[in-house]
Design a protein around this ligand. Structure first.
Ligand SMILES: CCCCCCCCCCCCCCCCCCCCC/C=C/C(=O)SCCNC(=O)CCNC(=O)[C@H](O)C(C)(C)COP(=O)(O)OP(=O)(O)OC[C@H]1O[C@@H](n2cnc3c(N)ncnc32)[C@H](O)[C@@H]1OP(=O)(O)O
Ligand code: FAD
Length: 677
């Protein structure tokens, strides 16, 4: 152990980690600034983290795992209030922080110090407020937004029902306009129409955005959004006509009180229909305002965009834990009479972990780029231009699907990399995994969203066939008709072009398959269904090509003025990422490019050399994510590497250790062992 001063405190640091940090050859701070989007952001983030975490209010006295479900929920509500108050009063009013939105990634990051699972207010921050911002008229906005931002009301987003989640047009809850009273009557006509899943609905919120089928003058106009009060603002009792409760234990999100909601002819004022995109006049006349009918789905697009950033952050946490632990952990004896090596020195361990570091960078850069695209499309929509929306929908759909799926898979690999201790709840890897694993399903299931992107790609292909221009993310399709396979080029640019060829080849194969089925007499819908396995694969290939291209170009752009070693380590990671996926997808490359057996051998050699090059910087790279111990919440991943001490300290907190003999011994085990039971 070595002693080191950190943030004014003297701490003991594991000697292996000290050596690792001494080996690091690049400026860690510089990489942190790049990942944060600039030095100013890092300074601001650290200032906010200090204010909200230094007083220890985020800490639990008793670890959450030992509380009952009810106590865990109550603890999460208590901490949500502390957390929201700090953000609202102390941070939002600080000079210099005005530019931070309520949904700033910095606030998001701090939340993990307060909640091992989630805050019951997550859907308030992540969905209720954004829906108000996106779906209200200016008058409605003036009424609802300040109340929601000041937490005078707390809300959630209630869309999914027992019977339907994916197929929104199939939702059954009705909102029928009554011109006599100028109210909407909300009703749940069947068991399958019961609302199910919304976060915070069970016990926390008093308002919600409800998605329901709008009926007026006897005509159904499809799903629309309504702001519905469900609980009394004073007593919190459910209002008449409302049945609401918690849906019970889940694989994760257990402090999130996901709920059910049943309407029995519940009335709300006409003004509570969110009327930015469509209106119902007092006499019941339906007026469509928006030029694109899917603008009602705007909150989902927003959350899908935000989820890519969520994935980058969660993977950064998991790999920080796994790399630090792998530097501390020593195991086996590959050579006789030699000391046990750090497990990080095993090539197989590097193969598990360095791709996770690279992926966290790839997702961070892709998410920043996607967010910029999102804000630019929002600006277009404000100017009444809706032609950029389909591409945003296609991009956010596939990126949400692939990033959530990759991130869950890589977090599980981080757990494997930590052996048995990775399975301890105190490693925090299980909690990170259960949180991330749900993201592949919610906000649009993986397969369903990739099929949305596939629709866009098939249409794009038809445009390219007609030699019509297409948008930038699919411009590579224009080369799909080049007949000759180009010689394999293993440079980064060459690999990216090769994967664009793979994507184009897969889309082309789908088109051929759809047309083949149509020629055999199938209608388009059936031909589409028969092609869906390939369509999902084509959308995945397209998405990966977008990520490769974005990661590569952003790395070059963001390190243009970096110091040489920072530039090189960032480029090495990007190259590693491209080599990793080339080796993972040799089948595709063999099918659609001129890759040979010899090229695969070369790729493998280059990949393994790259692992060795990155090895000395591994701990430095995860330190550069700059995730505070309070946020990591892990016995295995703390900055000081006191892994075994922390494991033991946490074990001693188990209530089972509070007494030398548990009463069940005398009550059950002893009589059983003595044959008296
Ligand atoms: C002061 C306070 C400070 C506090 C600080 C706090 C800080 C904390 C910050 C927190 C913020 C962080 C946020 C990050 C994470 C947030 C997490 C929030 C928690 C989320 C929990 C989960 C919630 C949910 O799951 S909500 C429910 C989501 N449900 C779905 O996603 C359903 C999926 N289904 C669909 O999207 C659709 O039904 C679909 C697309 C599958 C099919 O729809 P359809 O109507 O049947 O359409 P279809 O006929 O197939 O297509 C017609 C046409 O329309 C196109 N289309 C479809 N969708 C869209 C769209 N969205 N936009 C544009 N176009 C669309 C489709 O492609 C077709 O086009 P064409 O092919 O051209 O015809
Ligand atoms: C933790 C969590 C939090 C949530 N929070 C909220 C919330 O706050 N508000 C809210 O409204 N909802 C919420 N949800 C619900 C969530 O949005 C839905 O569960 C999700 O959209 C998937 O829909 P589903 O459950 O209907 O799945 P289904 O659509 O029934 O999916 C089942 C299977 O069928 C497949 N499938 C479905 N349709 C097709 C198709 N057309 N083609 C091919 N395959 C298909 C899917 O791929 C999947 O494998 C939450 C869910 C979870 C798990």
């Amino acid at each position: 152990m070595k002693i080191k001063m950190l943030a004014g405190k003297t701490i003991e640091i594991n000697v292996d980690l000290v050596k690792e940090r001494a080996k690091c050859n690049f400026n860690i701070r510089e990489v942190t600034h790049i990942l944060d989007g600039g030095e100013k952001n890092t300074i601001q983030r650290k200032k906010i983290e200090d204010i909200s975490l230094n007083d220890g209010q985020s800490r639990d006295v008793i670890p959450e795992e030992y509380l009952s479900p009810k106590e865990r929920y109550e603890n999460a509500v208590k901490k949500s209030c502390i957390y929201a108050r700090i953000i609202k009063t102390e941070l939002m009013n600080m000079t210099g922080l005005e530019t931070l939105g309520f949904n700033s990634p910095v606030f998001r990051r701090i939340a993990d110090a307060y909640f091992k699972e989630v805050t019951p207010l997550l859907a308030h921050f992540g969905m209720f407020v954004p829906t108000i911002m996106g779906q209200c008229t200016p008058e409605q906005l003036a009424h609802w937004l300040p109340r929601a931002l000041n937490f005078e009301i707390v809300g959630t987003y209630v869309q999914t029902e027992l019977g339907h989640g994916t197929f929104i047009r199939g939702l059954e809850t009705t909102a029928t306009y009554d011109p006599q009273t100028e109210e909407f009557v909300l009703h749940s006509p069947t068991l399958s129409s019961y609302k199910w899943w919304a976060g915070g609905l069970g016990k926390t919120v008093n308002y919600c955005v409800v998605v329901a089928q709008l009926y007026t003058k006897g005509v159904c106009h499809g799903v629309h959004t309504f702001i519905v009060q469900i609980r009394d603002e004073e007593t919190h009792m459910p209002l008449p006509g409302i049945r609401v409760g918690d849906i019970g234990p889940k694989m994760g999100y257990n402090t999130g009180d996901n709920g059910f909601l049943v309407f029995n002819h519940h009335r709300i004022p006409r003004e509570n229909m969110m009327m930015k995109n469509a209106q119902v006049l007092k006499d019941g006349t339906y007026v469509k305002v928006a030029r694109h009918e899917k603008l009602t789905y705007g909150t989902m697009v927003y959350v899908r965009v935000m989820l890519v950033n969520e994935m980058a952050f969660n993977l950064a946490k998991a790999v920080t834990i796994a790399v630090r632990y792998s530097a501390v952990r020593r195991q086996s004896q590959p050579k006789p009479n030699q000391p046990e090596p750090q497990v990080l020195d095993y090539l197989t361990q590097q193969h598990k972990l360095f791709i996770c570091i690279a992926t966290a960078h790839a997702l961070q850069f892709t998410s920043d780029w996607l967010y910029k695209t999102f804000t630019s499309v929002l600006a277009d929509i404000r100017d009444d231009k809706i032609d950029t929306l389909p591409e945003l929908h296609a991009l956010s759909s596939c990126l949400k699907a692939i990033c959530t799926s990759d991130c869950a898979a890589f977090i599980e690999i981080c757990r494997f990399a930590c052996g048995g201790h990775g399975y301890m709840a105190s490693s925090n890897l299980s909690m990170i995994y259960s949180y991330v694993s749900a993201t592949r399903t919610y906000e649009g299931d993986y397969t369903v969203l990739l099929l949305q992107t596939a629709r866009f790609l098939v249409k794009a292909w038809e445009q390219v066939e007609k030699r019509r221009p297409v948008t930038s993310t699919i411009s590579y399709l224009s080369h799909a008709f080049d007949k000759l396979k180009k010689p394999w080029d293993g440079s980064n640019e060459g690999i990216i072009r090769a994967f664009q060829r793979v994507a184009a080849g897969k889309i082309s194969a789908c088109i051929n398959c759809i047309r083949y089925h149509q020629k055999s007499g199938k209608d388009f819908e059936d031909a589409w269904q028969l092609t869906t396995i390939q369509l999902v694969a084509a959308a995945e290939a397209h998405c990966r090509a977008v990520i490769y291209d974005t990661y590569y170009n952003e790395t070059i752009r963001l390190t243009a003025s970096s110091s040489p070693n920072v530039k090189s380590v960032m480029e090495q990671l990007c190259t590693l990422y491209l080599l990793y996926w080339s080796l993972e997808r040799t089948g595709d490359l063999l099918r659609f490019t001129s890759l040979s057996e010899k090229d695969i051998f070369d790729l493998q050699q280059r990949y393994e050399k790259m692992l060795a090059v990155i090895r000395p910087n591994a701990v430095g790279l995860v330190d550069a994510f700059d995730i505070r111990d309070e946020i990591l919440n892990s016995t295995l991943g703390a900055y000081d590497g006191r892994v075994y001490e922390r494991l033991m300290e946490e074990a001693l907190k188990s209530p089972l250790n509070a007494e030398p003999v548990n009463s069940s011994f005398h009550k059950h085990l002893k009589p059983f062992m003595q044959g008296k039971l």
